[in-house]
Design a protein around this ligand. Structure first.
Ligand code: SF4
Length: 263
């Protein structure tokens, strides 16, 4: 992405974890571009084809302020890492009265994240792969595990254990894993690693919403939704772990949950 800020959507968003969306939604900014290049990306129009609208930190702050005034319970910066300076500037202008969420792929350097200390209350990273061969094949990076592991350690260092304000999260780190078809072992390895390293220091969010999209529709292993059996296998590993958190219902694997990228 260029230095100018490109955004694909700014709107209330209701489909994050309940502790982030609350009842009235999170005021969400979907940035254009991404740190990864996943072949199954459900948002490839904005993450890879870069469909977006040129804007400014001032305009983003003004729109977020309106959304907070209308009742949004958190602010979410989504795929924001390559626009970290813009995020800092928006937060300085906005002076948000609700928790700030930084929602990422997990693939960013810990030293970049250190620049967000004091700006972000809640980190919402993916931990996509324990197996770097899958990371290379599906997302184009061969060092995902080590990079994401260090990034998440930095996030947890900054936020500490989850703290709540009523039913909405005030601070903490929520780590997501999307179960891919034919790759339950990878998700189980992620769960086991996080359980051993963090236990109840983080919230874990298991996602069953995978639907083949873009290049994945032609991939022999990724061209279908996950089965109930696959999901149950990973769910059992989650239930047997020291992690607490959320799991999606399989009915969330539906294109209707992909937002419109109309700014
Ligand atoms: S990290 Fe998420 S948004 Fe980025 S390319 Fe991968 S699936 Fe898409």
């Amino acid at each position: 992405m260029p230095a100018d800020i490109y955004v694909s959507r700014i709107a209330p968003h209701f489909w994050e974890e309940p502790v982030i969306s609350g009842k009235n939604g999170t005021a969400a900014v979907f940035f254009t571009g991404c740190t990864l290049d996943c072949i199954y990306c459900q948002n490839s129009e904005i993450s890879q084809q870069n469909q977006g609208h040129k804007t400014t930190a001032e305009e983003i702050a003004r729109k977020l302020d309106k959304l907070i005034c209308s009742g949004c319970e958190t602010v979410s910066f989504i795929t924001p890492t390559h626009y970290i300076y813009a995020v800092q500037e928006v937060i300085r202008l906005l002076k948000p009265t609700v928790p700030v969420v930084f929602n990422t792929s997990g693939y960013e350097r810990a030293e970049v994240l250190r620049g967000l200390e004091g700006y972000v209350d809640i980190y919402l990273p993916d931990f996509k792969y324990a197996d770097n061969r899958l990371a290379q094949e599906y997302s184009g990076v061969g060092d995902y595990f080590e990079v994401a592991d260090k990034a998440i350690a930095e996030m947890v260092r900054q936020t500490g254990k989850p703290e709540y304000n009523g039913s909405v999260l005030k601070s903490g780190t929520v780590v997501r894993n999307l179960v891919l078809p034919n790759h339950t072992k990878n998700s189980i390895a992620v769960i086991e690693h996080l359980s051993e390293k963090y236990g109840d220091e983080i919230i874990f969010s298991l996602m069953g919403q995978y639907i083949p999209h873009g290049k994945a529709t032609a991939h022999p292993k990724l061209n279908r939704k996950i089965t109930k059996r696959e999901y149950q296998k990973v769910l059992t590993a989650f239930e047997n772990s020291r992690l607490d958190g959320f799991c999606q219902e399989l009915s969330s694997a539906d294109e209707k949950y992909i937002p419109n990228w109309d700014f």
